[in-house]
Design a protein around this ligand. Structure first.
Ligand code: AMP
Ligand code: ZN
Length: 476
């Protein structure tokens, strides 16, 4: 039974989509004012993992990921989306470009990097700037129903009108009243926790639109409500994001969407934990972030990074270290070498042959992933298969190498999103033959032949890696 941990209920729940067999899924996409970093990519790789695993389990998934190209303010992590500068405009001024040029550049960059990370493109990447009429219409309906109010051209959502406010984050008005205070709430607000739906643009603001209230721009939160509704309907199955999106962003999305539509907005909220650097959140605003380029410069591939994410459960904090990346690379290479060995394997020994039970490995793998995507366990299971397979190949006993290879390729590439590397040197058949001969010599304790074969292999330009999971080759 497939179960996900739902932030809304704080429990693991069986996943049952609204329409049998079909899943509507929304992910808060990048704010395109800077390069996406490996922290953002943890959240996006996780959304892709959810999608891929659902497809592997036979669901048809419609995935929407927005592009925030307006209205995300520099202070809205702490405030309610109404103070600070627009991040796009700030970057535009700094780089001496228009906000549209900035947005286009960083959007292209984000998509390019996601491709390198083998993250499947969303079915739609709606841009906030192209959905202003939809946002205005939701705001009009909130005003008509008295869930929002206007003052001096600014429109705010009235949190006191939504009794369920706080149901996602636990930040109910009662809890917020104890201790929490905003530094500099907007003067037009009735309650400091009200959040902006529309803000009147200052004179020199570049990205602004006509509205019934002022020439202005939308609040960040309303963008995601408008774009998810447009492409997935008023109620849909899964919404993902990083933990830092829970409050205020997702709490606000729920409030305004449920008040506008009168129906439950999202059934399952899945949030991935943050990636830390030296114990601190990695964030664009802190400047302590690594990009995929840094990963590559240090001799790793984007897929190694993706593999690193899998070694921690998505709801555990993960401290980024180069050691963890090296471990992931080693695991990836072990599995890839295993696949290449399987693909070249023909058993010499005709007695005492053994078949690996793929069914049993599949059952274990599926059970781990069904349990709220337990990827560390799923990888452990795959590595156990590698060990068993290599041992049987060493002893020339494995009968179903092709079947093992197809299984591992399927789960690795389809379900986990770990593509086999392009740069992987196809090890030529004559070299693999030498390796098999060496393995046989070793099993027969004929060390003279085994050493001679090893030297021949090394002379052909390969390293032999003997490990507890078996023997593999890599190009020097
Ligand atoms: P932003 O562009 O800041 O809105 O972030 C885009 C996505 O990346 C959101 O889902 C965030 O929750 C996520 N995110 C930002 N920083 C981190 C981090 N250090 N670790 C993991 N996810 C992050
Ligand atoms: Zn969002």
């Amino acid at each position: 039974m497939l179960k996900f941990h739902n932030t809304l209920t704080k429990q693991k729940e069986e996943f049952i989509p609204i329409n049998p067999g079909k899943v509507g899924m929304y992910t808060c996409g990048p704010t395109v004012y800077s390069y996406i970093h490996i922290g953002n990519l943890r959240a996006y790789a996780n959304a892709d993992l959810i999608r891929r695993y659902l497809v592997y389990r036979g669901f048809e998934v419609r995935m929407i990921k927005n592009i925030t190209d307006v209205g995300h303010l520099t202070d809205d992590d702490i405030a309610q989306g109404d103070s600070g500068e627009d991040k796009m405009e700030k970057a535009a001024k700094k780089e001496n470009k228009t906000p549209w040029e900035i947005a286009q550049f960083y959007e292209n960059y984000a998509k390019e990097i996601e491709k390198e990370m083998n993250i499947l493109p969303a079915h739609f990447f709606p841009r906030a700037t192209e959905h202003i009429p939809q946002m205005i219409s939701i705001i009009e309906s909130l005003l008509a129903k008295d869930f929002a109010y206007e003052k001096n051209g600014n429109v705010f959502f009235d949190v006191t009108r939504f009794p369920d406010y706080g149901k996602l984050s636990g930040n109910t008005l009662e809890n917020l009243a104890i201790g929490a205070r905003l530094e500099d709430p907007h003067p037009d607000k009735r309650n400091q926790w009200d959040f902006a739906l529309w803000l009147k643009a200052p004179e020199n603001h570049i990205m602004k639109w006509q509205s019934p209230w002022s020439v202005g721009y939308p609040g960040w939160h309303i963008e995601c409500s408008a774009m998810s509704m447009e492409y997935l309907g008023a109620s849909f199955d899964i919404h993902t994001g990083g933990m830092d999106n829970i409050f205020p962003h997702h709490e606000a999305e729920i409030a305004q969407s449920e008040c506008a539509n009168g129906v439950k907005f999202v059934n399952y909220w899945l949030h991935s934990q943050l990636l830390l650097v030296d114990g601190e959140k990695m964030a664009k605003s802190k400047g302590n972030f690594y990009r995929v380029e840094d990963i590559k410069e240090n001799g790793f591939t984007p897929i190694d990074l993706r593999f690193t994410y899998l070694l921690s459960h998505y709801r555990s904090q993960m401290n980024f270290t180069w050691g963890a990346l090296a471990q992931a690379q080693k695991n990836r290479k072990t599995i890839e070498n295993f696949i290449s060995r399987l693909n070249n394997f023909a058993p010499a020994d005709t007695t005492e042959q053994k078949t690996i039970s793929i069914e049993s490995y599949k059952e274990q793998f599926d059970a781990a992933m069904d349990d709220d995507l337990n990827t560390p366990l799923a990888i452990t299971i795959l590595l156990a298969l590698v060990t068993e397979g290599n041992t049987l190949m060493d002893a020339q006993k494995l009968t179903n190498a092709t079947e093992v290879s197809s299984f591992i390729i399927k789960v690795l590439t389809h379900a986990l999103g770990i593509s086999l590397s392009d740069t992987k040197e196809e090890i030529p058949a004559h070299v693999m033959e030498l390796l098999e001969k060496r393995n046989t010599a070793r099993t027969q304790k004929d060390f003279a032949s085994s050493d001679q074969l090893r030297d021949e292999i090394i002379a052909l330009g390969y390293d032999i890696n003997d490990s507890s999971t078996g023997t593999s080759l890599s190009k020097k």
